[in-house]
Design a protein around this ligand. Structure first.
Ligand code: F0G
Length: 456
């Protein structure tokens, strides 16, 4: 058969509000042309993020009723611990309120001032925590990742030469760990291959350096390995995930993505001494080490979400929906990052709006226009997200100036995808009349969340 369909049916619905163009004009101006500052009530199709936006299953909701809200030793924690040990394979688990809570603790225990952290492209919160702990992030992703048109099947791969050059330049003693992400969000949701992970592991072994995985979308990464890497066509997603994690010494995790929950995350480690330190720090920033800022019911929902997330039919439908929308845009010759990634379609704003210089925030402008056109909310992933160099104070000028159409898990139908594609097409036809933006308010940290803009 040529068609696929979702491996679930809809039991509860949430009505959407359809706004007029005049209402949207007012809303986006009030939001300073920043889609993060819109009220969700004014949004029709919300593709801002796949983070915390999933629809939970009846099995997860049933788990919410089984919350053990004891301060210490909740039975839901032990269930969560067991599921992470089973599917991800790590020894010690510390729950955190979400991914960045784990990143904070990890960075504090491992990074000393003057250290370097090589990684396959940065993620905003991950890099900031590395920097706040005194480290410097070094991008060692392959060059193809910075080229939106490259069809490399594993654009999340680490360039082994860049990695060993970095190690030789700064010395292994200055590298607390190699920061590996699968899939790579800022590169367009691009995967890293198992072969590459294995090679990075061998290098890390040779120099005695740890590898820490950002496991946020590692299940989606496993799907691409299954589809694109010869030795893995007949392996289950669960088996691939286990092997991928086995090459690493621990992970930070935002459960709000792969694990199909609205809130939650964890830090996992294999080294008992590091675990000891981390479980001591978690009580300062998150909560006791058996809840880490999560309610018992939320830990139960995450434990059950993990089980569902590694089902082959779930992940095929999930990534399949993203590919469906992406393929439509490709067919209509709209510039998008290729190959289509795991969680989102990324419009290439440099190619979409070539007449707007990067200093005038083309991706930010395009995101505002998609909202004006059809009430679709997306996210800038370009110069605004990249922030400023902490030494020089200049903008970072990333090669990739993108708008992310992020697909929440199990939330929207194929008709929503069709409508989205048509709205993008409409904006594309009228692109010549768009002008850039000026930033009129710039927060110090993670500016993209709260910056404000005005039309040029
Ligand atoms: N790592 C990656 C790769 C992420 O995409 C995110 C969050 C985090 C870490 C941080 O996790 O939000 O739970 O604290 N990404 C969201 C997004 C915000 O929209 O891509 P968190």
């Amino acid at each position: 058969r040529r068609s696929w369909a979702e491996p679930y049916k809809i039991k509860v619905v949430e009505p959407l509000k359809i706004t007029t163009r005049a209402e949207r004009e007012r809303a986006i101006a009030e939001a300073g042309y920043n889609t993060f500052l819109l009220r969700s009530e004014d949004v029709y199709i919300d593709l801002l993020t796949d983070s915390g936006t999933a629809a939970m299953s009846d099995y997860q909701w049933a788990g919410m009723m089984m919350g053990d809200e004891s301060y210490a030793g909740s039975k839901n924690f032990y269930n969560l611990e067991e599921k992470i040990q089973k599917y991800y394979g790590y020894s010690y688990i510390i729950p955190t309120h979400q991914g960045r809570g784990a990143e904070n603790i990890l960075s504090q225990i491992l990074i000393k001032p003057g250290d370097y952290v090589p990684g396959n492209m940065y993620f905003t919160t991950t890099r900031l925590h590395q920097e706040l702990a005194g480290g410097t992030f070094v991008d060692v992703i392959i060059d193809e990742a910075h080229d939106p048109a490259s069809l490399h099947p594993f654009k999340g791969n680490i360039d082994l030469q860049k990695l060993t050059d970095t190690i030789d330049r700064v010395g292994a003693a200055r590298i607390p760990y190699i920061s590996v992400a699968g899939t790579v969000n800022m590169a367009g949701g691009q995967p890293m291959s198992m072969a590459n992970m294995r090679e990075v592991y061998q290098i890390a072994q040779r120099y005695g350096i740890r590898i820490i995985l950002d496991a946020t979308r590692a299940v989606e990464n496993a799907y691409f390995i299954q589809q694109r890497e010869a030795d893995y066509h007949h392996q289950t997603i669960a088996a691939i995930l286990r092997e991928f994690c086995a090459y690493t010494d621990g992970c930070t995790m935002s459960g709000k993505k792969d694990a199909l929950v609205n809130i939650g995350g964890w830090l996992a480690l294999n080294d008992p001494e590091l675990y000891e330190e981390a479980s001591n720090l978690v009580v300062i920033y998150e909560g006791l080490h058996t809840y880490g800022g999560m309610a018992g019911r939320d830990m139960e929902a995450m434990a059950r979400g993990i089980e569902e997330s590694v089902q082959d039919e779930h992940i095929r439908a999930r990534v399949g929906q993203v590919e469906y929308l992406g393929q439509k845009l490709i067919d209509w010759k709209i510039p998008v990052v290729v190959p289509i990634g795991g969680h989102a379609i990324y419009l290439d704003a440099k190619a979409f709006l070539p007449h707007i210089p990067q200093d005038y925030f083309p991706a930010q402008r395009l995101a505002a226009e998609l909202y004006l056109e059809a009430g679709i909310r997306t996210m800038e992933r370009g110069i605004v997200s990249a922030g400023r160099n902490k030494e020089t104070g200049d903008h970072y000028y990333p090669n990739l100036e993108l708008v992310r159409l992020t697909i929440p898990r199990r939330v929207y139908t194929q008709a929503h995808m069709d409508l989205t594609a048509e709205a993008v097409e409409e904006v594309y036809y009228n692109r010549d009349r768009l002008e850039g933006l000026m930033m009129i308010h710039e927060p110090k940290y993670l500016r993209f969340f709260q910056a404000r803009f005005a039309l040029k």
